[in-house]
Design a protein. Structure first.
Length: 367
């Protein structure tokens, strides 16, 4: 195995590639070439990065000096711009949110969005680029409740694409809801929203209801993939409800991420409870078609004893490989179908890894 130590942009605060194999061969069979990711510091700094899986090096880094956290990044459909979601992530009074547009030289524009969660999705429809975001919806009650809506942005116009409150039967939903320091109850708590190009669907991972939902582009639910202790009766009618199995005393809980690979396996990063009662993050692949849970491709955290952390994301990248962000533990790595690590990037001390983006080719951006 080859070990490479590299500092980017001549900064001691840059990420370091601490482990990698020989450069990839037979590239055509390995799917997505470029991986996008952000890094997060509580102080409001961090970076957005483009990583090349073929050469296994970071090709481009832009440093955040705006005082807020950059939590998610996706490429434009044409691949010539990046969209970065910026938040007051550690503000207990709520998440201020901005959508930034970047080219290779820096920030082109910014747009303030309603109070929301840290995730975006980008797709093209009939030649028009569409951007989807998640925003909080406050429900009058005692204590106040928070749900989520999916917003669709085309140009400077915004509309509500899907309202999760309309789909959930609150009095039958199980209590995965999160109580915030303010006393409000965060019910749906959507962690990630992704557009699955191959299936042509939007996929939401909802920690508050322990469920991943898939919807078509008319805003209709295609399927709901339920975690433990969730029942179909907690939701209004959907074409298909599928339960994740419980294995070895562990339970599926609080999903992040959600995309299908070429074999129809839905990948997410989750909290699980081990047989000893310990909580830890785990990567899970589940194929709803036959109910198979791919434990042989489940991977352990890079370090023994790594504690559960906020955040986390996983995307399939083709060739039966996945890329995993271990959130605030500050690790991004690629894992092959045998569970072997292909490369691993460590972030600097006190710097976490944000969500992943790789849905559109960024070759034009890098020119």
């Amino acid at each position: 195995m080859l070990y490479l130590f590299a500092c980017l942009a001549n900064s001691q605060d840059s990420a370091v590639i601490t482990e990698q194999k020989e450069q990839l061969e037979d590239w055509e069979d390995l799917g997505e070439r470029y991986i996008l990711y952000t890094t997060i510091r509580q102080s409001g700094t961090g970076t957005v990065n483009i990583f090349d899986r073929q050469s296994q090096e970071v090709l481009w880094t832009y440093f955040n000096e705006r005082g807020h956290q950059w939590v998610d990044v996706q490429a434009s459909v044409a691949g010539d711009r990046l969209y970065v979601l910026e938040e007051d992530l550690f503000d207990s009074n709520g998440h201020g949110t901005w959508l930034l547009t970047l080219d290779r030289n820096g920030i082109l524009s910014e747009r303030e969005l309603p109070n929301g969660h840290h995730t975006i999705a980008v797709r093209e429809h009939e030649g028009v680029e569409q951007i989807y975001t998640i925003h909080n919806k406050f429900i009058q009650s005692d204590p106040p409740l928070i749900s989520d809506v999916v917003q669709l942005h085309i140009g400077q116009s915004s509309t509500t694409f899907f309202d999760l409150e309309d789909w959930i039967v609150w009095d039958k939903a199980t209590p995965f809801f999160m109580q915030l320091e303010s006393g409000m109850i965060d019910k749906t708590h959507v962690n990630t929203l992704r557009y699955d190009q191959d299936r042509g669907t939007l996929i939401l991972s909802c920690a508050g209801i322990n469920t991943i939902i898939e919807m078509d582009l008319s805003g209709q639910i295609v399927a709901a993939y339920l975690g433990s202790q969730m029942e179909a009766e907690a939701f209004s009618e959907s074409p298909n409800y599928t339960g994740y199995p419980i294995f070895s005393g562990a339970v599926y809980d609080k999903p992040h991420g959600g995309l299908f690979d070429e074999e129809g396996v839905l990948w997410s990063i989750t909290d699980i409870e081990t047989e000893t009662g310990e909580l830890r993050k785990s990567v899970m692949g589940y194929r709803p078609e036959d109910g198979v849970l791919y434990l042989n491709r489940q991977i352990d955290p890079p370090y023994e004893g790594m504690l559960p952390m906020a955040g986390g994301d996983v995307i399939p990248v083709g060739g039966q490989r996945i890329v995993v962000s271990w959130g605030f533990s500050g690790i991004v790595e690629e894992v092959d179908s045998e569970g072997e690590r292909v490369w691993m990037i460590e972030m600097p001390f006190q710097e976490g890894a944000g969500f992943l983006g790789s849905m559109n080719d960024v070759s034009l951006f890098l020119e």
